[in-house]
Design a protein around this ligand. Structure first.
Ligand code: SF4
Ligand code: SF4
Length: 490
């Protein structure tokens, strides 16, 4: 038996304190609480667990005791142990240079679809910040209604980091005041590995059921690759899929089957969603990204695919540069555009050009166009159009598009916030653009955009269109390879 403190143990192993707490709560690490916020661990079990997670158990330093009863048990201390969400600044501070560079031209307010709501606009927020009106800013819900779309920054002649300002304001909020489900989702992610709290057994059972259905219908011999050591590609999942739309997972799996890809899911840390990015909870993002980085190392994968493009790819890549620069050199982070375009250009995938017979338009998600261009120097707009055009013959653009495209109105975590009316109002430009194309299908590459257009804008603005995800369009247009009885493709 060994006595340790959680913080000390977490530091020695290079994991978050909540990870250790989760191991203990789930029974994966047999331990009991003793006075002084310490735990008595079974050493053999601990070493076994470290081995499972690829951690160095020899790093542990604690006091040896013959048995837990050697230390008295205190039930009051046992009751402690709430999840700790750390790593944020409670005090908002404006960047002084904004006062010098902002010329109060109003361009940001001119393009912001939310300008005027609650009497706010981005120019006003910038002004108030530089005037030190922290209390008034801290009381406004406006930064939570802002979708972080960055359209204001795009037109700002002075280069003011307006979304950075909105993020700083969000970060300054007490966690228990964060509206809607966002903070609860962050805590659940830290506690369980995914923001909806889906148990590992339920996730694997759900995936297995979908895999069986796929094997019986379109992909003979398909088998779900879970925790496959040495697979080329590790793929994350949007928790929305196993929770509400499990058959959506089939589209990617069908593509991997047709391309003969070597891929795997991680049965524990499979969630690609990063709600900590929306609440400005840097520590939560660092921890959850670190878990995926660790899974890459443990499974020995060469590349990581974050197929939910919305914020997941963007937030993950920012975190990777910031906290895991060394680890990031060991693997490639692929966007769904890189992967699909690569398959199609090399002939690994064949698609029918009449995959969808009607008029199709494409909605650019902010994070992979405007925001990726600014942060990473690359927008994934041309690749997206190339992929869509290969699967249909009648493509029409919305205007404006690419990095000037209007946000759908649900970004920035708005889909999980109680501001439905604002979301619908925000999306009015997008609804008008869609109607003008005459399209019967809108393709996009983000779950949130898809849900906002399909479930909110279609209903509220009487749009008669279907909405598909880019990989769904590709999966439906696929020319499937033949398969032998044992599932090997020929
Ligand atoms: S566009 Fe830029 S310079 Fe003009 S008011 Fe907005 S923040 Fe200030
Ligand atoms: S990021 Fe988008 S919603 Fe937020 S202030 Fe700028 S234009 Fe408006």
């Amino acid at each position: 038996m060994i006595v340790v403190q959680i913080g000390q143990l977490a530091k020695q192993l290079g994991v978050h304190r909540n990870t250790i707490r989760n191991w203990i709560r789930s029974g994966r690490l047999p331990a009991r609480r003793v006075p002084g916020k310490r735990y008595v661990l079974d050493e053999d079990e601990f070493i076994r667990l470290c081995h499972t997670y690829g951690l160095d158990a020899s790093a542990i330093q604690g006091r040896q005791v013959p048995s837990p009863s050697a230390l008295p048990f205190d039930p009051k201390e046992e009751a402690e142990g709430a999840v700790v969400v750390e790593g944020r600044s409670r005090t908002f501070r404006a960047v002084p240079q904004w006062a010098d560079v902002c010329i109060n031209c109003g361009s940001c307010a001119g393009v912001c679809p939310l300008a005027g709501v609650d009497g706010w606009d981005p120019r006003k927020v910038v002004r108030m910040a530089v005037l030190g009106m922290e209390r008034e800013l801290g009381e406004s819900l406006w930064p939570w209604k802002c979708t972080l779309c960055a359209q204001c920054e795009q037109v700002c002649p002075a280069g003011v980091d307006i979304t950075g300002l909105m993020m700083a304001l969000r970060q300054s909020w007490d966690r228990d005041r964060v509206p809607g489900a966002l903070h609860r989702g962050v805590v659940t992610l830290l506690e369980t590995g995914n923001n909806l709290g889906i148990p590992r057994e339920d996730f694997t059972a759900c995936c297995q059921a979908v895999a069986r259905e796929l094997a019986e219908t379109e992909c003979s011999g398909f088998q779900l690759p879970l925790d496959v050591q040495g697979a080329r590609l590790l793929v994350t999942v949007n928790s929305k899929e196993p929770f509400a739309e499990p058959r959506q997972m089939k589209h990617w799996w069908k593509i991997f089957y047709a391309a003969g890809e070597s891929w795997t899911l991680c049965s524990e840390f499979w969630d690609g969603v990063q709600w900590g990015y929306f609440t400005g909870d840097e520590e939560a993002v660092r921890v959850s990204v670190g878990r995926v980085v660790d899974a890459m190392r443990r499974l020995g994968c060469e590349a990581l695919l974050l197929p939910e493009c919305g914020h997941a790819y963007y937030a993950f890549r920012l975190a990777l540069h910031r906290w895991y620069a060394q680890e990031a050199k060991r693997f490639q982070v692929l966007t769904l555009f890189d992967l699909l375009a690569g398959y199609l250009h090399t002939g690994r995938l064949q698609v029918r050009s009449d995959g969808y017979p009607g008029i199709v338009t494409y909605h650019d998600p902010c994070h992979v166009t405007r925001k990726s261009l600014k942060a990473f120097g690359q927008a994934y707009d041309e690749q997206a159009r190339d992929i869509v055009r290969r699967c249909c013959s009648r493509f029409v653009e919305m205007v404006p598009n690419r990095e000037d495209a209007y946000c759908c109105g649900a970004g920035g975590g708005l889909s999980a916030l109680p501001f439905h009316e604002e979301r619908v109002f925000f999306g009015r430009h997008k609804a008008r653009q869609i109607r003008r194309t005459g399209a019967s299908l809108v393709v996009t590459a983000c779950h949130t955009c898809r849900d906002q257009i399909l479930k909110a804008l279609c209903k509220e603005y009487d749009l008669n269109v279907d909405v598909k995800l880019l990989w769904e369009l590709v999966a439906e247009a696929l020319v499937m390879p033949h398969a032998t009885n044992d599932g090997v493709q020929i």
